[in-house]
Structure formats: C-alpha cells, structure tokens
Write a protein that binds this ligand. Structure first.
Ligand SMILES: Cc1cc2nc3c(=O)[nH]c(=O)nc-3n(C[C@H](O)[C@H](O)[C@H](O)COP(=O)(O)O)c2cc1C
Length: 180
C-alpha cells in the first residue's frame, strides 16, 4: 500500500482499464475505505452498491444518460469498461449526504491508488439516475428506502496512464496570515 501523501499526489482519473477482475479482498478493502470516511453527525448513512462491469443495469444507465444527452454513438461508456463500479447512494432528506458521499468516494479513490489500481469518479449519470427512471434504477441497484444516487466510481487495473493535474496555489488559496 502506498503512503497516503504519495497516493494523494499520484492519483489521477483513469479512463481505460484491463479486464482483470478485482480480487474479493481488494474490493472489500475499497468498500471499507468508503465506509471508514467521516460523516456528518456520524450518521454513517452512505450506502454502496457494488456492480460487476458486466451487469446489464449499467448498460441501461448508459442508454438513459445518452438518451438525455442526445448522444447516439459515445466513444466509451460512462465507466470505461472498468471491471467494477461502485454506486454510492444517500438519504435524500439528509442535508449532508452529498458531502458525505463525496468524502467517501475520495477515500475509495485514494485507497485504489494506494493499491496500485485506477479509479474514475463518475457524476455524468446524475441526470439519468435522478430523472424519470429514478425509482427503477434505485430498485435495480437495491438502494435503501428513501435513498437516491449521489456519485459512482469505476475501479480496476489501469490500461492507460495520466499525469495528476497541476495545482495553482496562487489562484485557489488565500492566506489571511501575513507570515504564511
Ligand atoms: C464530482 C465529480 C464528478 C466527476 N464525473 C466524471 C464523469 O462523469 N466522467 C469523467 O470522465 N470524469 C469525471 N470526473 C473526473 C474529473 O473530470 C477529474 O477529476 C478532473 O478532470 C481532474 O482530473 P484528475 O482526476 O485526473 O486529477 C468527476 C470528478 C468529480 C470530482
């Protein structure tokens, strides 16, 4: 396992995977990393649905996303044929669920990088997941009652590599203290 600072610095989005499946212990480690994330008021409400990349429901979500976006011939599907996709759902009535899901998904992404795996956080299916087929998808993905889609993450072994993005301290940081 990579040291945390290194995993943070070296993580980048992976948009191409080998078809090697994740071992059950590896998947367990990634799921546990998501559930180990802090949650507001320690509510621990984030639910994770684990889907094999070959699950037909993923193709249905892809089709609905493309229908809404009026895309007829996408270059790739939303999860880039990763062998595993985790779908995070949260309580639709809890004000912090979006934040909690964001923290959980980044925990998973960093754990994946730590284990030498690639990951891609996926938001592009949001409109499809929350649109007219919301209840159908929620049932198919076995979300708990009253839960809705928050975010997803593709996971697998990297078939492509990408440099981490550059950061811009001058643009994104303001230090109020004089001596920092
Ligand atoms: C909330 C969120 C949603 C995202 N949704 C998608 C997506 O649907 N498809 C995709 O290819 N990348 C998606 N990304 C990945 C971003 O495009 C990526 O993190 C960004 O371009 C920076 O690149 P890096 O992750 O390689 O540093 C998403 C990232 C976040 C944080």
């Amino acid at each position: 396992m990579k040291e945390t600072g290194k995993a943070i610095e070296e993580r980048s989005s992976t948009r191409g995977y080998t078809q090697q499946k994740l071992a059950k212990e590896t998947l367990d480690t990634l799921i546990r990393a998501g559930l180990q994330a802090p949650t507001a008021a320690n509510k621990q409400e984030i639910h994770i649905t684990a889907a094999d990349g070959s699950e037909p429901i993923l193709q249905e979500i892809e089709a609905e996303k493309n229908r809404l976006r009026e895309i007829s011939d996408p270059a790739s599907n939303f999860y880039y044929d990763a062998p595993t996709v985790l779908i995070l759902s949260g309580d639709s009535d809890f004000v912090w669920s979006d934040v909690d899901a964001g923290i959980a998904v980044e925990n998973i992404a960093l754990a994946a990088e730590g284990l030498g795996l690639g990951s891609l956080i996926i938001g592009c299916i949001r409109d499809a997941m929350l649109g007219e087929k919301k209840e159908y998808f929620a049932e198919a993905l076995k979300f708990p009652k009253g839960y809705e889609f928050k975010i997803a993450i593709a996971l697998g072994y990297k078939a492509v590599s990408k440099e981490p993005h550059e950061i811009d301290l001058a643009k994104n940081v303001t230090c109020l203290s004089q001596d920092s």
